[in-house]
Design a protein around this ligand. Structure first.
Ligand code: SF4
Length: 439
C-alpha cells in the first residue's frame, strides 16, 4: 500500500510533513546527457587522496543525465544512484542453513521451494556491476559507484551460489571477482562471513579452501575487507543441544555440543593459513548478557571456546603426524594456537547482542523493543539523514533502507530482468510505509 503521508506520534517529531508521494522521471535526452558530461568535465576532483571519491560531493542535479543508456539504472536519477551506492548490501541469496536463534535478520530456510525469487540471477548481478563500472568510466574515476559492498544479509557466504541462464554456477569468490572487474582507481571491497559448515560436506570444504587461497592472493587481499567467523551459543546445532538439555536428555545434548565444537574447530583449522594475512580474519562471538535478561550466556561462550580449542589442537596434532597439510612443525601449531587464542579473547561488553529480529525472543519481554517503536526510531533517523543508512538491494532489484532490523521499502528499484518477481520479506519489512526518495 502506498500512502501520501505518514503521521507517527513519536515524541517531539511531527511526521505529517514528510512527503511520500511517488515521483515520475522523464527519459534522458541527448542534450541532458551532454550537459551533464560538460558539467562533470569542468569539475575538480573532490578528493585527491582517492579514499572519498563519493558521488555526493558533486552537484547531482547537474550530473543527472550522465547515466543515459545504462540499462540497469533506467528510470533512476543520479540522486537515486548516489542514494543506493554506499553502505550497500546486495542480496545474492536469500535464506540460510544455520537457523540461528539470534538471527537479527530472521533468515528463512535455504533452498525453500516457495516460488519466490530466492537467488539473484547472475545476469542481473552482472548488469548491476557492469552498469556501475560503465558509470565510473564516464566519471573518469573521479567518483565511485559502490565502494564497500556486502554480498549477503540473511545467508552464509559459504553457501552463496547464483546461476546464469545456462545453469553455470557462481560462488562467492566468482561474484567478488566479478564485482571488482574493470574498476577504476580503488578496489571495490567486500565483507565475508561464515558460521561454518558440516565437517564432512566436501563441497563446502572446497569452497572454504577456495576462499583461503583467494585471501592469500594479491587480488583477494585488496578486495576482501574482512572475513568474519561467527561463534556463539545460538547456532541451530547448539541451540538444539540446549533444548535437549532442558528436557533432561543430557547425552544427546553433549553429542550436539561436540558436533558444534568440531564444526567450528574445522573452520579455524581450514582458515589457519589465512592468519598470515594482515587483519583479514576476525572472530565474532555473540552472547546475551545478564544486564537485560535473566539469562547470561557468557559462560556458554567460554565453554564453547574451550571445546573448540581442544578439538582444534587435536586436528593440528593429527595433521602434524600425517599429511601436514596445514601444520608442518610443532612451532607452526603453537603459532596458530596462539593467534586463535588472541582472536578468541573477547571483551564481554562489546560482544553482547541486541534484541533485534529473532534475537528478541532471547530477551525478557520488558527489554524487547516492539516493531512499532523501532519503526518510529527509524523514521526519526530518516528525517535527520538517510544518506548514511544501509541500503539493501533485494534479489529482484528493489531497494530498501535498513535501520537495525527494520527494512523500509523505497521507490528506488533497479531495472532487473527479474524486477517483477516476488521475494521473501527483507528482515522485518514494514508493509505500512514506503520511503520515496525524492531523486
Ligand atoms: S545469524 Fe547469520 S548464520 Fe545465523 S541464521 Fe542468520 S544469517 Fe544465517
Amino acid at each position: 500500500m502506498q500512502i501520501s503521508s505518514v503521521s507517527l506520534s513519536y515524541p517531539y517529531i511531527n511526521y505529517s510533513n514528510l512527503n511520500f508521494k511517488g515521483s515520475s522521471k522523464k527519459p534522458i535526452t541527448d542534450k541532458k546527457y551532454e550537459k551533464a558530461v560538460k558539467y562533470f568535465n569542468k569539475e575538480e576532483e573532490k578528493d585527491k587522496t582517492g579514499f572519498l571519491h563519493r558521488l555526493t560531493y558533486y552537484n547531482l542535479k547537474k550530473l543527472d543525465g550522465i547515466q543515459k543508456g545504462i540499462e540497469v539504472f533506467d528510470g533512476l536519477s543520479m540522486k537515486d544512484i548516489n542514494f543506493l551506492s554506499n553502505g550497500t548490501f546486495i542480496l545474492l541469496n536469500r535464506g540460510c542453513k544455520n537457523n540461528c536463534t539470534h538471527c537479527a535478520y530472521s533468515a528463512g530456510s535455504f533452498n525453500r521451494k516457495d516460488g519466490k525469487l530466492n537467488k539473484m540471477s547472475f545476469e542481473d548481478y552482472q548488469s548491476l556491476i557492469q552498469g556501475a563500472n560503465e558509470l565510473e568510466k564516464r566519471l573518469n574515476g573521479k567518483a565511485h559507484v559502490f565502494d564497500d559492498l556486502t554480498l549477503f544479509l540473511d545467508s552464509d557466504c559459504i553457501d552463496i551460489e547464483i546461476e546464469d541462464k545456462n545453469g553455470k554456477k557462481y560462488d562467492i569468490i566468482d561474484c567478488i571477482k566479478e564485482a571488482g572487474k574493470e574498476k577504476f582507481g580503488m578496489p571495490r571491497t567486500v565483507l565475508l562471513d561464515t558460521s561454518g559448515w558440516p565437517v564432512n560436506n566436501k563441497k563446502s570444504q572446497q569452497r572454504a579452501e577456495k576462499i583461503v587461497s583467494y585471501l592469500l592472493e594479491d587480488d583477494g587481499s585488496k578486495k576482501v575487507r574482512q572475513f568474519n567467523i561467527s561463534i556463539n551459543p545460538y547456532h541451530g546445532i547448539y541451540a538444539k543441544a540446549k533444548e535437549l538439555e532442558s528436557e533432561g536428555k543430557q547425552s544427546k545434548a553433549e553429542k550436539l555440543k561436540e558436533l558444534y565444537a568440531k564444526r567450528m574447530a574445522n573452520v579455524l583449522f581450514t582458515f589457519s593459513p589465512a592468519l598470515e594475512t594482515k587483519n583479514k580474519i576476525n572472530i565474532i562471538q555473540r552472547y546475551v548478557n545478564g544486564k537485560y535478561t535473566e539469562r547470561d550466556d557468557l559462560h556458554e561462550l567460554y565453554e564453547i571456546q574451550d571445546k573448540v580449542k581442544n578439538e582444534l589442537e587435536k586436528m593440528y596434532d593429527e595433521d602434524l603426524n600425517s599429511s601436514q597439510k596445514i601444520v608442518k612443525t610443532e612451532a607452526d601449531k603453537q603459532k596458530y594456537m596462539a593467534k586463535w587464542e588472541g582472536k578468541l579473547n573477547i571483551s564481554p561488553k562489546d560482544n553482547a547482542i541486541s534484541p533485534f529480529g529473532r534475537a528478541e525472543k532471547l530477551f525478557d519481554k520488558k527489554h524487547s523493543t516492539s516493531n512499532t517503536r523501532k519503526l518510529k526510531a527509524a523514521f526519526h533517523a530518516i528525517i535527520h539523514d538517510y544518506s548514511y543508512f544501509y541500503k539493501v538491494i533485494n534479489t529482484n532489484g528493489k531497494v530498501y533502507m535498513l535501520e537495525k532490523d527494520i527494512a523500509i521499502p523505497t521507490n528506488v528499484s533497479l531495472n532487473f530482468e527479474n524486477k517483477d518477481k516476488k521475494t521473501r520479506p527483507v528482515s522485518i519489512e514494514t508493509k505500512r510505509y514506503k520511503f520515496n526518495y525524492k531523486g
